[in-house]
Design a protein around this ligand. Structure first.
Ligand SMILES: Nc1nc2c(ncn2[C@@H]2O[C@H](COP(=O)(O)OP(=O)(O)OP(=O)(O)O)[C@@H](O)[C@H]2O)c(=O)[nH]1
Ligand SMILES: [Mg+2]
Length: 298
């Protein structure tokens, strides 16, 4: 039997549920999720393989499209454009609950430019929050978007509607051998994945400027003789006052983040974890091109 394998690039405004959808299709938490916009900073490849059906789909989860504000967001934006040009199919995700707006139209237009014959499938997400008439209206609005060939109502959260969407995307993959081992679920190095799990817990507990100013770096992962995994991580912020908020009164906030993150790491690694978190001020890290290169945001 000949196999099919290829790349599906995700596009959409921040917060529409791209990462949630990638996790749901892969069947594992490969990308972090939060209700703060611009959660995703790196292109993350989530790999879904169905050996019996003979296909492997590499979902390229990308930062939400927005107007760049600094070197960090500029890089995120350029990465999205590059990835979409290279993909075999594009999956435009819109938020059916919020409705289709100018941001979605802007992205659809950009996809038209990057398209070159590539199919653009649109997932109308968050349908769990919509009644039937509203879902129908959202589908009509999505179908009117430039570049969109087909629309699918889904809920990435509950899994409703995913099956037909996955089947359609799989049918768009070119014939060819698998690109990754069928056991692989993501291409992220484990340091980066663990750092992301820590950052997710920071995002859940902070607001306004802080989620944007925080980056997490895992320096060391060590498996001790007794099986305990020691993880040393730095949490960067840009100013002293942000550091104060993140550390909290008497260190309460950083302890809370540490405890929640440790549980996530334990679930991910299937082992007991000792997590050491150091909060550090790193002024203007988001504008430091050399640093962004080093931490793999390219
Ligand atoms: N009700 C509902 N909420 C959803 C659904 N999918 C995602 N969400 C929520 O929407 C928020 C954003 O989800 P993400 O997956 O992080 O969105 P994203 O598009 O990857 O966002 P960026 O990475 O910032 O571009 C989170 O709070 C999710 O729990 C869904 O199907 N239904
Ligand atoms: Mg995301």
């Amino acid at each position: 039997m000949s196999t099919r394998a290829g790349f599906v690039g995700l596009a959409g405004r921040p917060n529409v549920g791209k990462s949630t959808l990638v996790n749901a299709i892969v069947g594992a938490k490969v990308a972090i999720v939060s209700d703060r916009p611009q959660t995703t900073r790196r292109a993350i490849r989530g790999i879904a393989t169905q050996p019996p059906a003979g296909w492997q789909m590499v979902l390229v989860d990308l930062p939400g499209v927005q107007r760049p504000r600094d070197a960090l967001t500029e890089r995120m934006q350029r990465r999205v454009e590059r990835e979409l040009v290279d993909a075999d199919a594009a999956l435009l995700v819109v938020d059916g609950h919020q409705g289709i707006g100018p941001g979605d139209r802007y992205i659809a237009k950009a996809l038209l430019g990057a398209k070159h014959g590539t199919a653009v499938v649109c997932a109308v997400n968050k349908c769990d929050r919509l009644g039937t008439p509203q879902t129908a209206a959202a589908l009509v609005a999505a179908a009117e978007l430039e570049a969109v060939d087909e629309v699918f109502p889904v809920s990435a959260r509950t899994g409703t509607g995913l099956e037909p969407l996955i089947a359609r995307l799989a049918s768009l993959l070119p014939t060819g051998p698998f690109l990754y081992s069928p056991e692989d679920q993501s291409d992220l190095p484990s340091e980066v994945h663990l750092a992301e799990l820590v950052r997710e817990q920071v995002l859940r507990r902070t607001r306004e400027e802080i989620p944007h100013a925080v980056e997490v770096q895992v320096d060391e992962i060590q498996v001790r003789d007794d099986g305990l995994v020691e993880v040393h991580a730095q949490v960067w912020v840009e100013t002293q006052s942000q550091k104060g908020i993140l550390v909290g009164k008497g260190g309460r906030m950083v302890r809370e983040i540490g405890t929640a993150a440790r549980k996530e790491l334990e679930r991910d690694l299937g082992a007991h974890v000792f997590l050491d978190l150091q909060v550090k001020v790193r002024e203007h890290w988001r504008r430091d091109d050399a640093l962004l290169d080093r931490i793999g945001i390219e």
